[in-house]
Design a protein around this ligand. Structure first.
Ligand code: LMR
Length: 340
C-alpha cells in the first residue's frame, strides 16, 4: 500500500512538473506577469542608428508577444563593453548583442571581410551582400554554434571615414607616424601599417577619452558614430574616405533561443525582421543627418578626396589583400565582389 501511494505521488509530481514547463521540449510557460526577458547589450548611444533600432525592436517584441517577452536594452556599454560583450553572450549572461562584425574576429577571422579596403561599392552592394547566401554561411557557421551562439540578421551602419587632430589626410604619405584607434583584429592593424601609421585597439566606450587625451591622434568611423559620440569635439579633420565598412550582425545565445516557446520565438523573429527593415532605412537617414551635424558644428575641417586621391589610397592599401585574402577566404572576397 505504502509503495502504491509513493508511486502515485511520484507520478503526480512528474505531471505537475511537465505542466509547469509547458509540457513539450522543456519550454517554459510564460505570461505577461512572468515574461521571458531578453537582455540586449550594445555599445553605442540610444540616439545612434543601432540604439534607435534596438529600442524599436524592444517595442515590437512587446507588441507582437502581447508582453509575454520583454527586451531589456542596455546601451552605451552600460552592461558590457567591447572587451566582454561577446563572452557575456557565449556564457548566456546576455541573450542578444549586435556588435560591429569585425569584433567577431575572436571566434572567426572571416568576419574581418568588412575591413577589407574598398571592397564595397555602395550601400546597395552592402545590402546585396546581407541578403546573399555567403552572408548566411557566416551567420550560421559552426564556429558560432560550437560557442552556443547564432546570427539572426545583418544590421547596417555605413562607410568609415578617417578623422584626426594633427593635419589634413589626403594622400597615403599624410598618415605616416600618426596613431589611430582601431576596433579589433589584425586586418585593421595591417590597414594602418600599410599607410605608415600605428594603431591601438581601444574599446568604443573609451575612444572619446583616448582622442581627447591624445593617446591616439585619430580614428575611423561612420558619420553617425562620430556624431553621436561627439568626436567632432576632439578631432580637427575628417576625410570623406569611404575606405571600409562598419556593419553589424544580431547574435543570440543559441540555448536561450532554442528554449523559447516556438510561438514566442516566431513573434520575436517577426519583430526582428521589422526592426531590421527599419534599421536599414535609419542607417542611410541618420548617417546623412550626422554628416550635416558634423559640418554644422564648425569644429572639423571636412575634406573630400578626388578620384586620383582615392585611387592612391586604394593602391597603398593593396598589401592588406596580399596578407589577408587567404584568411578571409576567396569565397567571401570574390563572392562579395561578384555581387556588384
Ligand atoms: C566601434 O567600435 O567603433 C563600433 O564598432 C561601435 C559600434 O558598435 O558601432
Amino acid at each position: 500500500m505504502k509503495k502504491l501511494v509513493m508511486v502515485a505521488l511520484v507520478s503526480l509530481l512528474v505531471l505537475v512538473t511537465a505542466a509547469c514547463s509547458g509540457g513539450s521540449g522543456g519550454q517554459k510557460t510564460v505570461s505577461e506577469s512572468d515574461p521571458i526577458v531578453i537582455k540586449f547589450s550594445h555599445v553605442t548611444s540610444i540616439d545612434s542608428v543601432k540604439g534607435k533600432a534596438a529600442n524599436r525592436f524592444a517595442e515590437l517584441v512587446a507588441e507582437k508577444t502581447g508582453g509575454k517577452a520583454k527586451v531589456e536594452v542596455y546601451p552605451s556599454s552600460q552592461l558590457y563593453g567591447d572587451n566582454d560583450e561577446l563572452d557575456a553572450l557565449v556564457s548566456g549572461n546576455v541573450h542578444m548583442i549586435a556588435p560591429s562584425v569585425t569584433k567577431m574576429v575572436k571566434l572567426d577571422p572571416r568576419w574581418q571581410y568588412v575591413d577589407m579596403p574598398f571592397l564595397f561599392n555602395d550601400q546597395e552592394h552592402t545590402r546585396k551582400f546581407f541578403e546573399s547566401d555567403i552572408a548566411k554561411t557566416l551567420l550560421n557557421s559552426d564556429k558560432l554554434s560550437s560557442n552556443d551562439i547564432m546570427g539572426l540578421a545583418f544590421w547596417e551602419n555605413g562607410f568609415k571615414h578617417f578623422t584626426n587632430n594633427k593635419h589634413p589626410l589626403k594622400k597615403p604619405e599624410d598618415f605616416a607616424g600618426l596613431k589611430f584607434r582601431a576596433q579589433a583584429g589584425k586586418v585593421l592593424e595591417a590597414q594602418f601599417k600599410a599607410l605608415g601609421a600605428g594603431s591601438a585597439t581601444i574599446a568604443f566606450g573609451e575612444t572619446y577619452a583616448a582622442l581627447q587625451q591624445g593617446t591616439v591622434d585619430g580614428q575611423e568611423n561612420t558619420y553617425n558614430n562620430i556624431d553621436t559620440q561627439k568626436y567632432q569635439e576632439v578631432q580637427k579633420y575628417m576625410t570623406l574616405s569611404e575606405h571600409g565598412r562598419l556593419d553589424y550582425a544580431v547574435f543570440v545565445n543559441k540555448s536561450f533561443w532554442e528554449k523559447m516557446p516556438d510561438d514566442i520565438r516566431a513573434q520575436v523573429e517577426e519583430a526582428l525582421k521589422e526592426a531590421t527593415e527599419l534599421e536599414w532605412k535609419l542607417a542611410a537617414e541618420e548617417n546623412a543627418a550626422s554628416l550635416e551635424n558634423i559640418k554644422n558644428s564648425g569644429k572639423v575641417e571636412v575634406l573630400s578626396l578626388t578620384d586620383e586621391e582615392r585611387a592612391a589610397l586604394e593602391e597603398a592599401l593593396q598589401p592588406v589583400y596580399d596578407e589577408f585574402s587567404e584568411v578571409i577566404t576567396s569565397e567571401l572576397i570574390d563572392g562579395i565582389r561578384n555581387l556588384k
